[in-house]
Design a binder for this molecule. Structure first.
Ligand code: GDD
Ligand code: MN
Length: 402
């Protein structure tokens, strides 16, 4: 963590938003490690910063004395919060201050703070005293129990918000619902995905380039870090004493953009392409078997079609189990597991066949779309259906304990 000797401000990291791992930290000039680094992002918090630094220091001196650091990351606040924070470093030697003049934004402030941090555990707390500092000890206890990420939540027992307006509650819950639709595997892993009060093991996110947007840093950490065990602690979101919230409608637009980007970035594009290639090879298997059934065995048409479709499904399963989802099926070895996957795959593909027939009929008979174009559209839609449901059901990575 390099400090500018003339200003005693932390040098602001630049370049990709990537957190270094502990090994690369060990080689840095001032390698004196700490256990816990807590970033406090601030914008116009000059009225609050002394109180929160004093409360946090008192609390952490009582539990992990000398083994933590506080990092204020201020975005060049007009009320010169960074200057007030700097004046506190004399009294609180574990306090570090970063003044960002180029970049702005809550979530990048947190990442830049974590890039300059030395701790094994990286945390974030609002700088306006709306996150009760005492919850930190329960979050640390979750981490010490083995959690990779511990999040403070307003939506579990002992959680809540002070007197938020109905509109604010509606907006927060609405944003969460949209998140559950677009990114269920991330937003669904915590009860309060909007929370900006949590801590995570550095090893979870080290080496991963983060690409957050707006306010919601927690979904970025879960989406890219994929922590195995997530612990949650209830807290009551407090009323602001001074200053005001910087949340505007812009943060909600940023949040949507962020969800869509994470969706695409975390979508298994490689697996989907392989799935498509396997599906395409299935067409040849289907046609070849149909030919043999009709011309060699002289079987009547419907039976030939069923045999051809079934053998194509089995061929697709074998390739997918070996190639497309090989990394997952290797974790679920054994004939019984494989047969279970084949049954699920078969059922999903047969449902896909029915869906295909329904879609083509709907498009051809109701919408008047050309039957061949309708079939192509239906094949594309059914391929997406087959891929997604198989990924979620047949080759599901068994959930690890939360
Ligand atoms: N460095 C920096 N840059 N800090 C910022 C910025 C910024 O652009 N914008 C806000 N902050 C700081 C504020 O100074 C405060 O410490 C904290 O981030 C939260 O900002 P608020 O404006 O107070 O947000 P809120 O009260 O509406 O809280 C909501 O967002 C928080 C951040 O995600 C709630 O959802 C909280 O749960 C959440 O923690
Ligand atoms: Mn606030």
């Amino acid at each position: 963590m390099s400090v500018n000797p003339s200003t005693h401000l932390l040098v602001v990291p630049s370049g990709p938003l990537e957190i270094p791992d502990l090994q690369s930290l060990a080689t840095s000039p001032d390698a004196s490690g700490v256990y816990f680094s807590l970033v406090i992002p601030t914008y116009n918090e000059s009225q609050n910063i002394s109180t929160i630094v004093e409360k946090l220091s008192h609390l952490l001196d009582g539990s992990i004395p000398g083994n933590y650091e506080l990092i204020v990351v201020d975005d060049n606040s007009p009320d010169r919060t960074w200057e007030v924070a700097l004046s506190l470093t004399e009294k609180y030697p574990q306090l570090r201050v970063m003044r960002r003049e180029q970049e702005r934004g809550l979530s990048t402030a947190v990442i830049r703070g974590w890039q300059a941090a030395r701790g094994e555990i990286l945390g974030v707390i609002d700088g306006d005293l709306q996150h009760p500092p005492e919850t930190l000890l329960q979050l640390l206890a979750e981490i010490q129990r083995g959690a990779d990420l511990a999040a403070a939540s307003r939506h579990v027992a002992e959680g809540g918000v002070s007197d938020w307006s109905i509109v604010r509650r509606f907006l927060s819950r609405g944003a969460q619902t949209i998140g559950l639709i677009i990114l269920p595997g991330v937003v669904g892993r915590v009860s309060d995905p909007m929370s900006g009060y949590f801590m995570v093991r550095r090893s979870c996110i080290a080496g991963k380039t983060m690409n957050p947007a707006g306010y919601k840093i927690l979904i970025e950490v879960i989406g890219r870090g994929n922590p195995r065990w997530i612990g949650e602690v209830g807290y009551v979101f407090q009323e602001r004493q001074t200053g005001e919230s910087k949340v505007t409608w812009k943060q909600y637009v940023e949040y949507l953009r962020h969800l869509l980007r994470l969706r695409f970035d975390t979508w298994p594009v490689g697996k989907f392409l392989r799935f498509g290639i396997v599906g395409f090879s299935g067409v040849f298997v289907n046609m070849a078997v149909l030919y043999v059934m009709r011309e060699v065995f002289n079987l009547e048409l419907t039976r030939s079609l069923i045999v051809a479709a079934e053998l194509a499904i089995i061929s697709n399963f074998l390739w997918n189990d070996l190639w497309t989802f090989g990394d997952i099926s290797q974790q679920q070895p054994g004939k019984r597991q494989r047969f279970k996957r084949l049954l699920k795959f078969n059922t999903i593909c047969l449902m896909g066949l029915i869906l295909n027939v329904l879609l083509v009929n709907l498009m051809f008979n109701v919408l008047g779309i050309n039957e061949y174009l309708a079939n192509l559209i239906a094949i594309a839609a059914v391929t997406l259906w087959n891929f997604w449901i198989n990924l979620k059901l047949s080759w599901r990575v068994t959930e690890v304990d939360r």
